[in-house]
Design a protein around this ligand. Structure first.
Ligand code: FES
Length: 135
């Protein structure tokens, strides 16, 4: 039986190659799923890879997001399915170990150092703030 996913990678399925109608997100999803499967236990958490239509980073195709419960969320742009899958898998390995998901750009692999569009604190921070206001 498959283990339940504890982390998620979301790939934009609407991003188009610049100057083309080609939408490489589906290709990226397939490559990333296979690469994560091959990586096996070198990634100590289960990552589900799925697609979504548009994450508002349309000028930087492809866009890819990493999510985990109680962890910072990352949105990366300029991801090329032919070049960057290894970096995405390496980041999954790192992200799995980060208890709050937080890391600096110099710690991210390869292109991900310079292609981070957003690093969003975990939602638990918002929940704590609203609880504090209510009391
Ligand atoms: S079309 Fe991919 S982020 Fe908008």
């Amino acid at each position: 039986m498959d283990k339940q996913a504890t982390h998620r990678i979301t790939v934009c399925t609407s991003c188009k190659h610049k100057g083309s109608v080609c939408r490489p997100g589906y290709e990226l999803i397939e490559k990333l799923r296979k690469a994560i499967e091959v990586a096996g236990d070198t990634i100590p958490e289960n990552f589900e890879v799925s697609g979504v239509a548009c994450m508002a980073g349309c000028d930087r195709p492809c866009t890819v997001a990493y999510h985990g419960s109680h962890k910072a969320t990352y949105l990366f742009g300029d991801i090329d399915p032919d070049v960057d899958v290894d970096d995405l898998v390496t980041f999954a390995q790192q992200y799995a170990y980060l208890h709050d998901g937080w890391c600096s750009s110099v710690d991210r692999p390869g292109k991900l150092r310079g292609s981070t569009l957003a690093r969003i604190p975990s939602a638990i921070i918002g929940i704590e703030a609203s609880t504090a206001r209510a009391s």
